[in-house]
Design a protein around this ligand. Sequence first.
Ligand SMILES: *[C@@H]1O[C@H](CO)[C@@H](O)[C@H](O)[C@H]1NC(C)=O
Ligand SMILES: *[C@@H]1O[C@H](CO)[C@@H](O)[C@H](O)[C@H]1NC(C)=O
Ligand SMILES: *[C@@H]1O[C@H](CO)[C@@H](O)[C@H](O)[C@H]1NC(C)=O
Length: 391
Amino acid sequence: MERQHSSRSLCSNLFFLSLLISSNLLTFYLFSSSSSSATSESTTSCPPYSITAANNEPPPTATGATTDLAPEFLEFASPHPFPFGKNPNSGEDHLYSPAGHPCTLFPDHLNRFMSYTVNGSCPDDELIAQRLLLKGCEPLPRRRCRAAAPNDYVEPYPLPVSLWSTPSDHSLVWTAYACKNYSCLINRKYQKSFDDCKDCFDLAGREKARWTSSESRGLDFSIDEVLATSKPGSIRIGLDIGGGVGSFAVRMRERNVTIVTTSMNLNGPFNNFIASRGVVPMYLSISQRLPFFDNTLDIVHSMHILSNWIPTKVLHFLLFDVYRVLRPGGLFWLDHFFCVGEQLEEEYRPVIESVGFKKAKWVVGRKLDRGPERKEMYLSALLEKPLKNSW
Ligand SMILES: *[C@@H]1O[C@H](CO)[C@@H](O)[C@H](O)[C@H]1NC(C)=O
Ligand SMILES: *[C@@H]1O[C@H](CO)[C@@H](O)[C@H](O)[C@H]1NC(C)=O
Ligand SMILES: *[C@@H]1O[C@H](CO)[C@@H](O)[C@H](O)[C@H]1NC(C)=O
């Protein structure tokens, strides 16, 4: 980018940088450049890491940048030279900050998301952020602004009370949701309009009984029977994909198992609620590569979310990713996978089987809540990554 050439001449030696630091000018340059970059190519810009930008070729922009993208996005996504030259770990002399490559396919949303005052308050735009993310712009680019927090913030309850308590209405910002308080969310099971996870926020209701039944009832496995398939204590850490309000993680915590729960905030503050309960939420859609290393997790669970709404090829990649992050002997509990009629045998069984799990349990049943004529099916399976990889 243009500004890197100009900044290079301006800040080409360490001496100048130390001058800047000692005179506190650096902060000024940093912020003046970022706020002015919205209107013009800044010639006074001095990014703090530009001192060793010694190579002659300006590196390509990470985005194939076009000028109609918000300056703050270009600022974020442009290559940033390392202060000490080539980084031995990456072998590069620039750092490229990631944003999902589909981000630039949606410049209107992206530009709205990336238009804000640097060092100011972020716009109240959770809906745009989530919409962008669900379009595949994941990870979202980072921003240099402060997200809104409630003025009269109330801290979570202490453990263990927090695990099964409804948090204060003053623990989050409600603007993105139809409901403006928790009693509304708890009562939405009585409303007609469709919402995902409609009765999840009612911790005294159905949520309380999930996975606790001591005997297996067909599609509903209990946590205890699943844990009993492995050596005591050997299931310690794991992931719940699309875990609603985090009750699976809470139940596992009661058994000393640490579970991270991914969730979106679809018309409800799911991530805030999970965190208030005292388990870890992760704001991640089903599209993104799981942020865990190969062969590390003891268990991956997912209920209701992995289903026929997901493009089959995407599902295939996803299942291989689950296989990747599970350690040998790790468990994949596919809980109430949902599809219609012959889809299960013709399409999904081959896809699931192709990944290479061993089947510990495989239960197929009818899904009748919307009427038998729809021929809806559920699959609940307990799958195990083999100890010895046969591929
Ligand atoms: C950034 O914002 C903070 C908090 O509003 C303020 O104290 C600080 O002076 C600002 N810094 C700059 C460089 O504008
Ligand atoms: C919660 O919100 C509903 C409607 O959104 C409102 O009718 C109700 O009075 C609110 N309850 C509390 C306790 O604020
Ligand atoms: C969980 O760990 C605590 C402390 O180590 C222990 O006292 C408790 O019995 C464990 N609970 C279960 C269900 O294993």
